[in-house]
Structures are given as C-alpha cells and as structure tokens.
Design a protein around this ligand. Structure first.
Ligand SMILES: [Zn+2]
Length: 231
C-alpha cells in the first residue's frame, strides 16, 4: 500500500455531482492546493435530482447546488469550476462526452487526474460509472494527436496525464494522509447544505470513515484511491 503522492503541479478533478469530491477526495485536494498545486474541477451534472423536497424544481435545485459547489471550491482553493450541466442520473459515457473531457484535459494539461473508479463493483449510480469511464477513456484520447483532429486544429495540443487517482474505489492501493486537512474537508462538505442538511450525523460519519482509513497506515485521517501511473 502506497501513501502520500508527490505534490502535483496541476490537478484536474472530474466528478458526477456537486458533493462527490467532498465525500471522497476533498482533503487530498486541500492538501495539494495548500502545497501550491493548481486544481480545476469539472462537474458533469449540477445534481438536479438530489432532493426529497417536492417543492424544489430541478432547475432551482441545480442553481442552489452550483452555488454550494462554488463555496466549497473556495474553501478547497480550487481555481475554477466548470459546470457541464448534463442531466443528473442521465450521463452516458458516449464518444461526445469522452471527447468533451479530452478537450478539457488538453486545455488544463494536468499531471494528475482525479475521478470516480468506474470499475468499482456494485456501484449502482449510473453517473458515477459513466463519468469515471468517460474520464479514463478521455486520458487516452487526449494523449495522442490523431484522436479528435479538430481539437489539435483548434490549438489543443495532445497532453499526457501521468497519474490518475480513482476515488470511491473498492480496490485502494494509495492512502493519502490528510490528518491536517480534515477540517477543510468538513468545512467544504458543510457548504453542501442542501445535501448534508438532511443527515444529522454527517460530520461523525465522514470523520469515522477517514479515521478508519487512516488506521490502515497509522495516521489520524486518510483518503483512499486506486492509483494508475501512466507512462
Ligand atoms: Zn454522486
């Protein structure tokens, strides 16, 4: 089991829903940005189905959740949030989405990509599977110049991503010590009032989860990833 990655220069995070990264990798992002990394977040959907409140329209909910994401991004010192505004629950890992993500990878030129583990067993949320699949596939598309020639023609040079860290994984092989950044994770998650407001003990649950992960490497708190090193 590895722990603690070298500090990335540029990190691109691709997630399905506004609060996905706060539950899974926000403390790692906070650690990296605190160390000087530049981080960019791409949200495939604005989470327009994430409520049990029947008085909220999907449009209004998406507005609320985008504002929550921007507040959280400020806590985590994420430089920019890109909202792709696909419909929540209806994301498909089709060629158009893959190419859209490839253009973003070429444009931000990250050395590290963070996304959902698309191979996690028994993952029932279709968006988590689709976004993870499209993001990993886009790493290949972004890498070689003959893919999507119109991107090259538009000035988007091919880009090689060196490291992919998959969150929400059931096969972790990289545990990042985030003991000094748990407060940032909880503060960022607290920005998502429309979500955590429905769960009374969310702080305890998220803290316990990070504690149990930390125990595996003898630190107070950790976050778990599957690490792909790409040569
Ligand atoms: Zn999600």
């Amino acid at each position: 089991m590895q722990n603690n990655a070298p500090l990335p220069e540029r990190v691109l995070i691709i997630a399905a829903h506004p609060d996905d990264i706060e539950f899974t990798c926000a403390a790692t992002v906070a650690k990296w940005t605190d160390g000087g990394s530049q981080a960019y977040l791409v949200l495939a959907t604005s989470g327009d189905k994430g409520t049990k409140d029947r008085s909220l329209s999907p449009h209004r909910l998406a507005e609320i959740r985008e504002a929550e994401s921007l507040a959280s991004a400020e806590v985590l010192d994420i430089s920019d949030v890109i909202f792709l505004r696909k419909l929540d629950g209806e994301v498909e890992a089709d060629l158009a989405f893959r190419n859209q993500l490839s253009a973003l990878i070429r444009s931000f030129a990250p050395d590290v990509l963070l996304t959902h583990d698309p191979w996690r067993r028994y993952q029932i949320h279709p968006d988590h599977r689709a976004v993870g699949t499209a993001a990993v596939d886009a790493v290949v598309t972004a890498r070689d110049h003959l893919y999507v020639p119109e991107q090259l023609a538009a000035g988007l040079e091919p880009h090689h991503v060196s490291h992919v860290f998959l969150f929400s994984t059931d096969s972790p092989d990289h545990l990042e010590d985030v003991s000094d950044f748990m407060d940032k994770k909880l503060e960022a998650l607290g920005c998502h009032a429309s979500q955590v407001g429905q769960v009374a003990d969310w702080r305890d649950r998220v803290t316990l989860w990070a504690e149990q992960t930390g125990e595996l490497i003898g630190v107070q708190y950790a976050e778990a990833f599957k690490h792909l090193e790409l040569r």
